[in-house]
Design a protein around this ligand. Structure first.
Ligand SMILES: Nc1nc2c(ncn2[C@@H]2O[C@H](COP(=O)(O)OP(=O)(O)OP(=O)(O)O)[C@@H](O)[C@H]2O)c(=O)[nH]1
Ligand SMILES: [Zn+2]
Length: 295
């Protein structure tokens, strides 16, 4: 039996690296696909460079999304999440907050990256919007992958060093450009891996881990348009909105849902402007989603 780290996932096909740096093309038994990039797995070799995954070692963390029917693993054993947004094209506050909530629920640190600060006519507006998240206590890194590559690399390298980080972002924010700065040749490695996992079709619609040094790795995940969080329970949700925490336990009813109840400390804080309406609306939507879950 071999132990290896999963570095790319595509359907039921996985690429993993062993301690001595060998690549293994792995599959799961049956239809199972509960393995994530970043997982440490035990596998039985079947042919040269090939193996079947037998078990997954205990995870330090697991970041995932979900829809009504099932969960979609993003990455395992990661320390921090970077949400990439840009001055242009516009980003979605709904998606940013959903990613923040997912990271909080997984107890992973989370940072925001504001890319394309060279687009100065859009900068002020973007700063204002991103400033809201900074006010919640999330670190924000202002960068430009193309106009300020050296400064950007130095800034991000400090933030990712000695940790395993995952980058996510909507399409067009410049996530690939940032990954290529951090990991020179990442795009070529990605094409090679598509060849193995996807029999030649060039696609980047899979999650991929790059090792920068022994203690540093970054995970690139496909651009996304939606971020379902059906798996989070109400109890997890109220804590995942970090600005709610000081008010929890101060509602009139101990089992308050913070939706319509009289004497609700959260609703009172929204009313007074201490909690943003936008965030409470998302909380309401997510409570609704968690009730729709059918798995
Ligand atoms: N002006 C400017 N353009 C940038 C910057 N970073 C990336 N871009 C451009 O933005 C476009 C999108 O960049 P990508 O790196 O492909 O973006 P992505 O987020 O990976 O997008 P997908 O591949 O669609 O997921 C490209 O045309 C880049 O050249 C930047 O700092 N400033
Ligand atoms: Zn309440």
């Amino acid at each position: 039996m071999l132990t290896a780290c999963v570095i790319a996932a595509h359907g039921r096909h996985y690429l993993a690296t062993t301690g001595d740096g060998k690549m293994l093309h792995c599959v799961t038994r049956g239809k199972k696909s509960d393995v994530a990039v970043g997982d440490s797995i035990n596998a039985t070799p079947t042919a040269k460079g090939q193996a079947v995954i037998e078990s997954i070692n205990e995870r330090r963390s697991l970041l995932y999304r979900s829809d009504q029917y099932k969960s979609k693993l993003l990455a395992a054993n990661i320390d921090q999440l970077f949400i990439v947004v840009a001055t242009e094209p516009g980003f979605s506050d709904d998606l940013v907050s959903r990613a923040l909530v997912a990271a909080e629920a997984a107890e992973i640190e989370v940072h925001l990256i504001l890319n394309k600060i060279d687009m100065t006519d859009r900068l002020e507006k973007a700063r204002e919007r991103i400033g809201f998240y900074a006010s919640l206590g999330y670190p924000v890194h202002e960068v430009s992958a193309t106009a300020l590559p050296d400064q950007t690399l130095a800034n991000l390298m400090l933030a990712v060093r000695n940790r395993t980080s995952v980058l996510i972002g909507q399409s067009g924010m410049g996530k690939s450009s940032l990954i290529n700065l951090l990991v020179p040749g990442a795009d070529i490695a990605t094409q090679e891996i598509s060849t193995v996992l996807n029999s030649g079709k060039h696609t980047t619609t899979y999650t991929r881990m790059y090792r920068i040094d022994e203690d540093t790795a970054v995970v690139d995940s496909p651009g996304f348009q939606e971020f379902g969080l059906y798996h989070l329970t109400e109890g997890m949700l109220e804590r995942a909105f970090r600005e709610f925490r000081p008010y929890l336990g101060h509602c009139r009813f101990y089992n308050c849902h913070h939706l319509t109840e009289p004497g609700c400390a959260i609703l009172d804080a929204v009313e007074k402007g201490h909690i943003a309406k936008m965030r409470h609306q998302l909380y309401r939507q997510l409570v609704h989603e968690s009730e729709q879950k059918i798995y």
